[in-house]
Design a protein. Structure first.
Length: 154
C-alpha cells in the first residue's frame, strides 16, 4: 500500500480473540505498525516505546495497533509481559501483512528470507494512509518520538 490508499476494513484478530476492524476506530487516526516477532529485543523496544507515549499519541488523536505473524497466544503473552494496552493482531496467514505490503524479501545476517518488514503506517480518520515509515527509517527504541515528530509535520 502507498500514501493515499485506504487500509482494509477487517484488520484481523487481536491477542484477546477479538476481531479488529477499521470501523472500531471511526473518527480516530491510527498508528498501524508491523513487527517481525513478539518477545524479541527490537520488537519489545518498539512496543514499549509506543506504550510509553500512548497518551501523547492519543492527545494527537491516534490509537495504536500492532500486527505480526505470531499466534494469538504469543501476542497475549507479549502484551501481558510488557503491559501493552493496545491491540496486537495475529496475522498467521499474512493476509493483512501482504495487503499492507510489509511482507516480503529481506536480508538478515547476509541471507535472503521472506518475512515481515518492520513498517509503520499513519492512517487518518477516513482510513487513508498519510505517512509510511520504512524498515530503514524505524529506530525501535525511539519510534514513538519519530511518530510524534512526523505527526507535528503532517
Amino acid at each position: 500500500m502507498n500514501i493515499g490508499d485506504k487500509i482494509p476494513e477487517i484488520l484481523g484478530i487481536d491477542q484477546n480473540g477479538k476481531e479488529i476492524t477499521r470501523s472500531d476506530f471511526a473518527g480516530r487516526k491510527l498508528v498501524l505498525y508491523s513487527y517481525p516477532k513478539a518477545n524479541t529485543s527490537g520488537c519489545t523496544a518498539e512496543a514499549c516505546s509506543l506504550e510509553a507515549h500512548k497518551e501523547e499519541l492519543a492527545a494527537a488523536g491516534y490509537a495504536i495497533i500492532g500486527v505480526s505473524k505470531d499466534r494469538v497466544e504469543l501476542q497475549q503473552k507479549f502484551a501481558q509481559a510488557n503491559n501493552l494496552s493496545f491491540p496486537l493482531i495475529s496475522d498467521t496467514e499474512t493476509t493483512l501483512l501482504q495487503t499492507l505490503g510489509c511482507w516480503g524479501e529481506k536480508v538478515a545476517c547476509g541471507r535472503k528470507t521472506i518475512g515481515i518488514l518492520r513498517t509503520t503506517y499513519l492512517v487518518n480518520e477516513e482510513g487513508v494512509i498519510e505517512k509510511i515509515f520504512t524498515p530503514k527509517e524505524i529506530k525501535t527504541k525511539i519510534h514513538a518520538e519519530q511518530i510524534l515528530k512526523a505527526i507535528a509535520e503532517l
